[in-house]
Design a protein around this ligand. Structure first.
Ligand code: NAD
Length: 306
């Protein structure tokens, strides 16, 4: 079965001072990885900072016989987090983008500051850490990157317009990085977890939180970041002991003569074909769309550089 040993591997886990990130960091270290425990140590809304949060997890890892170093930069300064890994351990193999905060508000009450901060921590932060690690992964011909999305991004959730946008953006980023990384041995996947943490303790009832240990999410993070795991560009939901994969579904749709064009009334007459998933496709890249559109306009449409 898959090799789950991380001996000799260097793993960055962002936001590893609490919740899911802490659980991931402890488990990677237990499996032999040298871990960079990154955490800014601020509040769940992104206020303040404290160095002791990351350091506390490093001490727990060391007490258990593992190897780890703390980094207290914001993920927005991704380059400094990767520098910590290189300075302390000389390489970087795995980036688990996990750091996160919430600034929930119904859209009509959402302020620019709430929008910008959520974008910066989740999307820009995951970009910044991954972008800094990427050349090193390319050069060594090996890397594993994990994005932490959310069901709120996949499905939408009241009061989380800013968060949903950033979270589904991470899956878009992961899908392109999976394509660009494939030839260099870099795999990039996305998880949408559910777990008890300070981010969910105010929105979920206590009996539900009890069953949602972060440790029930970590095995998927470990497996996806392990050497033998071939999965890349994939999206998973995970929580409470359930692990599942999501994919796109495309209806067969309706095609019209592209020269004659079509009216809204023509489309209404074919609306059932657009809506029905009977005989649907499950595309994993752009080729199905380009083939159907190309056939309809009588032109072979090619994909860009791979
Ligand atoms: N808990 C859930 O049910 C759930 C659901 C969907 C997605 N998520 C995502 O999982 C991730 C982990 O969340 P959690 O529930 O464990 O929350 P958590 O608050 O317990 O952990 C998040 C950690 O990120 C750190 N952090 C915040 N901003 C940072 C920054 N700029 N730089 C570095 N560290 C920073 C915090 O200090 C905190 O320790 C988040 O990205 C969250 O959006 C969680």
């Amino acid at each position: 079965m898959t090799n789950m040993n991380f001996e000799g591997r260097v793993v960055i886990v962002t936001g590893a001072g609490n919740g899911l990130g802490k659980s991931h960091a402890m488990e990677f270290a237990r499996r032999g990885a040298k871990v960079v425990v990154n955490d800014l140590g601020g509040s769940g809304h992104g206020a303040g900072q404290s160095a002791s949060v990351a350091q506390g997890v490093v001490e727990e890892i060391k007490a258990a016989g593992g190897e780890a170093i703390a980094n207290t930069d914001s993920v927005e300064d991704g380059g400094r987090i990767v520098e910590t890994a290189l300075d302390a351990f000389g390489r970087i193999d795995v980036v688990v983008n996990n750091a996160g905060i919430l600034r929930d508000a119904a859209f009509h009450k959402l302020g620019d500051a709430d929008w910008d901060l959520i974008y910066r921590v989740h999307l820009k932060g995951s970009y910044a850490v991954t972008r800094a690690a990427w050349p090193h992964m390319r050069e060594q011909g090996y890397g594993r990157v994990l994005m932490t999305s959310s069901g709120a991004g996949v499905y939408g959730n009241f009061g989380q317009a800013n968060y949903s946008t950033a979270k589904l953006g991470l899956h878009g980023l992961a899908q392109t990085l999976a394509i660009e990384g494939r030839a260099k041995g870099i795999h990039v996947n996305t998880i949408a977890p559910i777990a008890a943490s300070r981010l969910t303790e105010t929105v979920m009832p206590p009996e539900m939180l009890k069953g949602l240990k972060p440790e029930l999410v970590t095995p998927l993070a470990v497996l996806l970041c392990s050497e033998d795991c071939a999965a890349t560009g994939q999206l998973f939901e995970v929580g409470g002991g359930w692990v599942t994969r999501l994919r796109w579904e495309q209806s067969r749709g309706a095609t019209f003569d592209p020269v004659a064009g079509y009216s809204a009334e023509d489309l209404a007459a074919r609306w059932d074909d657009v809506q029905s998933f009977e005989g649907s496709y499950h595309p994993t890249d752009l080729s199905n769309t380009l083939k159907i559109v190309g056939d309809n306009i009588g032109v072979e449409v090619a994909l860009g550089p791979q």
